[in-house]
Design a protein around this ligand. Structure first.
Ligand code: HEM
Length: 435
């Protein structure tokens, strides 16, 4: 009989390199296992698909209000910044949750898919122009991680010049040096405060203005908290969805040949990733309202319980959620129940357009290192590559106002048939605000 540990660490390079081994150990503990999220910081993790669904739908037993758990945490807990309560959709139940969530869903509904497609193409082209002439790029650092932030900066109505500031703040918040991370957090709060102030003076056709004027009537604190949640909850998983799907397309021979033949699409790669490498690997923090025997494990009130979307999706036995031929099958990459991701369709569209734009503009795109040399970023919550080095045939950027057909154009390419991409029209004003 093999040794069964008391808990399985979800931090450090070992877990990042091989999460499957950790999930295997956890499965041997039963549908609910014990994990260490950071040194000395324990929680329960649900790895069984059926148990995960039961938890995510059972709002009588489980609460998203983490305050009772938070009160027992040390002041310097590394988990509280991520899991501490805030007045937003993620950490509230019932009516309060519905009110906060409606602000986000109603506002996103005002962005028409064709507008979103254009917004993403604009940002994608801007980023691709930045490295297209180099013939090589890190598709994580130079593309997947940058695209959602520049998109949010524009969707929330900030000036384009503010984009790099938002990027620097977000990158700083992940810094391993605590003082740098604290400073970046302060800078991010200033960014949000200034953004709200500018929209108080003059509304625009943007998410910030729509959040402000939503009939839910958010208080200033609630408004800031909803904006922060949307940006934070959207940034990491969207970047990872783009990055993981690109990795799949560049490393899996079934996709690799299709980059030229067009047989398998960005949509297929995204679907693959949602099943097998979900961008959020483990999350959905809940606490039981009372002591509960959950699938054979007694859990005391207010203990932290997370759901492993990654383990549940990839559990080996044949179950109802298995992919069906030609169908998408069921997976938990967006979670499930009342707190499932409220913007699945827009997020899928963002990732699809980001990938289509990149693979259609760059010719001969291929990995610059063997697949087994790719490194995954440590951390228990996400499934994210640290880098994705790629090479391609260099092309000249497509500068404004220069026709690709003009023979006098100084902007020639080594591959004339791939240099031209249509300049997207300026973004149209979005739909009507709430009446
Ligand atoms: C534009 C991009 C995105 C935005 C703005 C966004 C926003 C949000 C928000 C506001 C919530 C909290 C909902 C609630 O508690 O009622 C949420 C939850 C969630 N989102 Fe998204 N999201 C985005 C993209 C993604 C992507 C790409 C994924 C992964 C495929 C994802 C996975 C999830 C999951 C698993 C949850 C549940 C988290 C939990 O309950 O702890 N999201 N998202």
């Amino acid at each position: 009989m093999s040794y069964l540990p008391d808990s399985v660490p979800l931090y450090g390079p070992e877990f990042a390199a091989d999460p499957y081994a950790a999930y295997e150990k956890l499965r041997r503990m039963g549908p609910v296992g014990r994990v260490e999220l950071a040194p000395g910081q324990h929680a329960y993790l649900v790895t069984d698909y059926r148990a995960a669904l039961d938890l995510l739908h059972d709002t009588v037993t489980w609460s998203k209000d983490t305050r009772p758990w938070q009160q027992k945490q040390p002041a310097d807990s590394p988990l509280v910044p991520m899991l501490g309560w805030r007045p937003n959709a993620l950490f509230n139940d019932g009516k309060a949750h519905e009110r906060y969530r409606s602000v986000i869903t109603d506002s996103y509904a005002l962005i028409e898919p064709h507008q979103l497609r254009r917004q993403v193409s604009t940002v994608a082209n801007q980023l691709i122009d930045g490295f297209a002439a180099d013939g090589e790029a890190d598709l994580i650092g130079q593309y997947a991680r940058r695209l959602p932030l520049l998109l949010f900066n524009s969707q929330f109505g900030a000036d384009d010049q503010e984009g790099p500031r938002l990027e620097a703040d977000m990158a700083g918040m992940l810094d391993s040096q605590p003082d740098k991370a604290v400073q970046a957090n302060r800078d991010f709060v200033s960014y949000i405060t200034e953004l709200i102030h500018s929209k108080r003076l003059q509304r625009g056709q943007d998410l910030t203005s729509w959040f402000m004027d939503h009939p839910a009537g958010l208080t200033p604190e609630e408004l800031a908290s909803q904006i922060v949640l949307t940006m934070l909850a959207g940034n990491e998983p969207t970047a990872n969805l783009i990055g993981n799907a690109l990795e799949e397309m560049l490393s899996n021979p079934a996709y690799y040949s299709s980059l030229t033949s067009g047989a398998l699409t960005a949509h297929d790669a995204i679907s693959d990733v949602l099943h097998n490498d979900p961008p959020m690997a483990n999350y959905s923090a809940h606490v039981p309202r009372h002591a509960v025997n959950f699938y054979g494990t007694w859990i005391r009130p207010h203990e932290l319980v997370l759901v492993s979307y990654h383990a549940a999706n990839t559990e080996p036995r044949p179950t109802a959620h298995e992919k069906t031929a030609g169908g998408d099958g069921a997976h938990l990459a967006w979670a499930a129940g009342p707190h499932s991701c409220p913007v699945k369709q827009p997020a899928t569209l963002i990732a699809t357009v980001a990938i289509q734009q990149l693979t259609s503009r760059l010719n001969d795109l291929e990995l610059a290192v063997p697949r087994n040399e790719l490194r995954w970023r440590p951390g228990g919550f996400h499934r994210a590559l640290a880098q994705l080095p790629a090479r391609f045939t260099p092309i000249a950027p497509n500068p404004d106002g220069v026709s690709p057909w003009t023979s006098s154009s100084p902007y020639t390419s080594t591959r004339p048939d791939r240099t031209w991409s249509p300049k997207p029209p300026a973004c149209e004003p979005s739909g009507p605000p709430y009446r």
